[in-house]
Design a protein around this ligand. Structure first.
Ligand code: PEP
Ligand code: MG
Length: 560
């Protein structure tokens, strides 16, 4: 029995399956206490359940690190919060079932915290998480979120939300498989960042029962149930390759010495420190919205300075490209985006939030300038979701007003790729966001599993847009650089094609630096250009990928 999906993070591994539990459903509105249960007994059951949830979260926090540990500790405290339990017991005494009582009590507490604003408002999510856990405990069903296990397992889910992955421990979860989600979805991005083999859009895989032994090939995109001797040998060989591919020498180049700095994509200081240790030659994309994903309110200038400074300090004397807040679509920020938009990917996201929430961008640029002032990093700033040269010009003016020297923009919208010459007359560099460029070129939501085949940067239309962006930069005449910071840069075969197309820098998750660096160093610039021509000549995405890979046997040797 084999399932096929889209391989999004390489690796060959054997392990036993754990399915992600279903989310906890809301107890029926007005659900009453059962006739044979007293209010005292129901209240006691609720207290026991809340204590059990607290104990399990506390136990997990001990083994967790960093932000994951903080999330767990805060949630554990909330689980037996006296105010919450008291409010629920009051509802039980009035005749409510314990499940419904904790549901309603938590909703009131969450609303109250939300209205307090600031730090308290952010705790509202913890209360709602705790509520689901207590209801699951009362019902005797598995707790929501990543399953707990003493032994490593392959996590299978329909899809994962960014919040699910905050507590994902790569020592325990050894591969990710989802039945939904596309190659540019957040599950895919996070799997690559953690270096976990991953397959998305593997239809039917949620039917595999817990404990089943499977073989996952994250490059081929396959999941085989009941692995045989060949799979065991392949998994063993991969373990050796993976160990050899952990270090990058910090010098991105082709075999004939054409330099292509390999930079890293980071979401904050912790990532930046890891990226620097992995040999990144700078940061090609600091996703600043990742620093504030859990915020209901705009971070203060001081908070922003601290967050950005932590990244700058990890790269003294090196380039750090900071992207201004890219809120919207799959990364909503309540203080910038409107959750009721009918079509958020085409709505007010990225740079466009400056139209509806003026001032936030200016304050962010002020914070960036302050953080840059006290650091040795070479700070560049870019705006996401730019559609016109005028927008690029307006952004450059805001950067100049803040005292920031090197403004640039992302090329993620086909209109920007087609007008790169005009855009580069207004800013100093562009960076191709191939994840969004693909979804907008193909009109295919990057998060949707059924559209995964459309949503690959190997699509002829996407490769043409990359080619045209570089051609526009050449026509502009000042040698302004075109980089790539989308997931395409982390695919070693596509990275070679991008260099052949004239891309100057590649930015990726730190985990991919070594694989991309190794494969790039195995070809000359002329060979990369030839492979770019091969990819451009292919009639479709699959053939483009297959014919380029056929010219790069090193990929199969390394299991990439
Ligand atoms: C992209 O769209 O390619 C990109 C790098 O931005 P994000 O994935 O954060 O939308
Ligand atoms: Mg994008």
């Amino acid at each position: 029995m084999e399932y096929t999906g889209v391989g999004v993070s390489p690796g060959r591994i054997i392990g036993s399956v754990r399915q992600m539990p279903h989310p906890v459903s809301e107890p029926p509105v007005g659900e009453r206490l059962a006739a044979d249960v007293t209010a005292e007994d129901a209240s006691a059951a609720l207290r026991t359940a809340s204590k059990a949830v607290q104990a399990s979260l506390t136990a997990r926090s001990v083994g967790a690190q960093g932000a994951g540990r903080e999330v767990l500790e805060a949630t554990a405290l909330m689980a037996s919060d006296p105010m919450l339990i008291k409010a629920a017991v009051k509802l039980i005494t009035a005749g409510s079932s314990p499940e419904r009582a904790i549901w309603d009590a938590a909703a009131s507490v969450a609303e109250m915290l939300h209205n307090l604003g600031g730090y308290m408002a952010e705790r509202a999510t913890d209360v709602l998480d705790v509520r689901s856990r207590i209801v699951a405990e009362l019902r005797g069903v598995p707790a929501p979120g990543i399953p707990l296990s003493d032994t490593p397992f392959i996590l299978v889910a329909e899809d994962l939300a960014p919040a699910d992955t905050a507590t994902l421990d790569p020592a325990n979860v050894i591969a990710l498989v989802t039945s939904s989600g596309g190659p540019q979805s957040h599950t895919a991005i996070i799997a690559r960042a953690l270096g976990l083999p991953a397959v998305v859009a593997a239809v039917g895989v949620t039917a595999v029962t817990d404990g089943t032994l499977v073989y996952v090939d994250g490059a081929a995109g396959t999941i085989a149930v009941g692995p045989g001797a060949d799979e065991v040998a392949a998994a063993k060989a991969w373990a050796a390759t993976a160990a050899a591919l952990t270090v990058f020498d910090g010098n991105g180049r082709t075999s004939d010495g054409h330099l292509v700095p390999l930079l890293s994509n980071v979401g904050g200081a912790a990532d930046a420190v890891k990226a620097a240790a992995a040999g990144a030659q700078g940061v090609g994309l600091l996703r600043t919205e990742f620093c504030f994903l859990d915020r209901d309110t705009e971070p203060t200038i001081d908070e922003q300075v601290a967050a950005y400074r932590g990244v700058f300090d990890a790269f003294p004397g090196m380039k750090v490209v900071l992207r201004t807040l890219d809120a919207g679509a799959d990364k909503p920020l309540p203080f910038l985006t409107d959750a009721s938009e009918p079509n958020p990917a085409l709505g007010v996201r990225g740079y466009r939030t400056d139209f509806t929430s003026p001032g936030v961008l200016e304050r962010q640029l002020q914070a960036v300038a302050q953080a840059a002032e006290g650091s040795d990093a070479d700070v560049w700033v870019m705006a996401p979701m730019i559609s016109t040269a005028d927008e690029a010009g307006d952004f450059a003016a805001l950067c100049a007003a803040a005292g920031l020297k090197t403004p640039g923009v992302m090329v993620e919208v086909p209109s920007a790729a087609l007008t790169s010459e005009a855009i580069l007359k207004r800013v100093d560099f562009v960076s191709l966001g191939t994840n969004d460029l693909t979804q907008y070129a193909m009109a295919a939501d990057r998060q949707l599993g059924p559209l995964a085949a459309l949503n690959t940067p190997w699509q002829p239309a996407v490769l043409q847009l990359v080619r045209l962006t570089v051609a526009g930069a050449l026509a502009e005449g000042h040698g302004k650089p075109v980089g790539v910071c989308g997931e395409a840069a982390a695919d070693p075969a596509l990275a070679v094609v991008l260099v052949g197309l004239g891309v100057a820098t590649l930015s990726m998750t730190a985990r991919a630096l070594s694989a991309v660096g190794t494969v790039l160093a195995s070809v000359t610039l002329a060979e990369a250009q030839k492979l770019a021509a091969v990819a451009l000549a292919a009639p479709n995405a699959n053939e483009a990928r297959a014919s380029v890979r056929a010219h790069l046997p090193i990929l199969e040797e390394l299991g990439l």
